[in-house]
Design a protein around this ligand. Sequence first.
Ligand SMILES: CNc1ncnc2c1ncn2[C@@H]1O[C@H](/C=C/CNC(=O)c2cc(-c3ccc(F)cc3)cc(O)c2O)[C@H](F)[C@H]1O
Ligand SMILES: [Mg+2]
Length: 214
Amino acid sequence: TRSTRPQRMLKAVQKKATKGDPESVISAIDYFCKHSEWAMNVGDEKGSILDSVVTEVNPSTVLELGTYCGYSTVRIARLLSPGTKFITLEFNPANVTIARQIIAYAGLQDKVTVVEGSSGDLIPQMKERFGITTFDFIFLDHWKDRYLPDIKLFEECGLLRKGSVLLADNVICPGAPEYLEYVRNSPRYESRYYPAHLEYTKVEDGLEKSVFLE
Ligand SMILES: CNc1ncnc2c1ncn2[C@@H]1O[C@H](/C=C/CNC(=O)c2cc(-c3ccc(F)cc3)cc(O)c2O)[C@H](F)[C@H]1O
Ligand SMILES: [Mg+2]
């Protein structure tokens, strides 16, 4: 049967990238998406903004929602200090399999834990299962209509502290209007929009960075 796009992306990494070299894995995926098949990775333009925010925050605890193939997982993991706790959630087992192989090809398997399951089920388990108190940095890149319910879940589960940074992809395209309205109007967050473009296209998109104030 025909291979899947994530499987073809993994093959491109194994063919083009250098084992243990995260930069070459990132470049191989971006090349694949620009010249072979578009895929919903955060991409190089928004990825550079992601890099700068991760570097600025220098987090001790990180959560990513929506691993997909692990592109942004590799971008984040390559910047983290030793001893940082990084968890990424993915509920499609086929994606988990591909992401784990791409992360391992980059040599970053010891930096991040890919957990199979839904954010709605796993967020309430973060403290007991993974020994997390609060998250310093959260990257939201899963189903766009789940951004708002999940940020409320973070609040309810006491997983945010004063200064926790949430960075959300695709707030323009495909869009997360309810999430934007919430973080921009809530007195509990200080929000800023980083304009960019939809990965590998000229379509407008951007990232929203929201700092928890309470
Ligand atoms: C709901 N809780 C979840 N828990 C764990 N894993 C999850 C959960 N929900 C999804 N996943 C997992 O997270 C991933 C889903 C990512 C969704 N991303 C997008 O749709 C998305 C779409 C576009 C896009 C833009 C224009 C266009 F013309 C077509 C597409 C661009 C983007 O950058 C995106 O991120 C994965 F697939 C799913 O299993
Ligand atoms: Mg995205």
